[in-house]
Design a binder for this molecule. Sequence first.
Ligand SMILES: [Zn+2]
Length: 485
Amino acid sequence: MLIYNTASRAREELTPVRPGKICMYVCGVTVYDLCHIGHARSALVFDVLVRHLRRKGLDVTMVRNFTDVDDKIINRANRENRDWKEVAETYIRAFHEDMDALGILRASVEPRATEHMQDIMDMCAELIRQDKAYATPSGDVYFRVRSFPEYGKLSHRRLEDMRAGARIAPGEEKQDPMDFALWKAAKPGEPYWESPWGKGRPGWHIECSAMSRPWLPLDIHGGGMDLIFPHHENEIAQTEACCHCELAKIWMHNAFVQINSEKMSKSLGNFKTIRDILASWLPETLRYFLLSKHYRSPVDFTPEGMDDAERALIRVYECLAQARAGLERAKWKRSPLPEEIASEWAELGKTFDEAMEDDLNTAMALGHVFSMVRIANRVLEDKTLRASEATRDLLQELLRRMDGVSEELGLFGQDPATFLEDMRACRCRRMNIDVARVEELLAQRAEARAAKDFAASDALRDELASMRVEVRDTPQGQTWELIVS
Ligand SMILES: [Zn+2]
């Protein structure tokens, strides 16, 4: 498999450090608020990578940390007059609820900063012993950036350029403006841990270096692009200076989510939490929407984009429902498929996997899924092909291939009838359509039809149409669909 490595700026073959095993570490969230759609994207990208590697037969260990002590957590706790630990617990629980709803597999290991204080202090002490870090009179510990000549290698920045723009803030006891904090002396009223340098707590970057240490070197280190500098650059400096071992073979970063072409931020008031989105759309719609773009391209979240994602999902599930129904035919005729269909179908058996192996190109992989759906619909709709044994084989193969697709992407894996029903209910909620009222009108219309009162039946049909409900009369009775523009 090829993965784009931020460090080398090239696609590289993923070769496991330990044969048959992959260990990846993905930076998790600081638990002071609900997760937004950007968190969902990052979690989803690495979820799909884990699923893909596991399906290839690799034994994958996925480590995702929680930063559970931090200024933002403490500030929120103070503002709400709560204990900071309780704030962290609340948002760890919310993270699990939201990610579970999106079908994101739990990480194999979820280390928390507060559970690794000794490891963090040990790493600081080792760096001080090697003269790569120093403690200040007030009890801060700084990393000596000058001691790591490769600093800047991940973000492709030159230390001299960075130093030219850096200043030491008043009151800071840094020896060099580029030095960064490993350990911070506690301010009054803050949580603290006893350390060789006095009461204090760790800086953000050192947590990840301490918590990823048991798995060095990592096969893959991941996160959002916003973490490349300074977070990941600093992780590399700390770990490689301390342990004399490469931190990660491949650095994989996902791009941002924008909202209506604007950067998402609390100050712009366009901040979308996962919960905001799941109030209007199904979790699978968000999953599909995010995976329909390559992970290194920015995604622009718009309601129209989500509606398109809904239509795409409906198209696939309707095809799966038709394929299942089509397979229930009792009599099959021995006749082949036209050569162009057969050869395109055979080709599609490989292309999904090739797209996934090419830097996790989920956008292209989904394109191949739609090609499969197009072919399946074509043979299902064609009266001369529908009853052919070759069609039966194709439909069986479609369902088999889609099992694999759903294992890897976490899409299209539900029972089609249930999914389509859930989708209709979700759209009704969003369009403010009262489903109970629809059912009531349908029942009245059935009665009118049974009594051969066609004027009443037509009036009810019109009333339903004005509610954006289209009635269809089938041999099995009335069915209804939403009229979606
Ligand atoms: Zn990290």
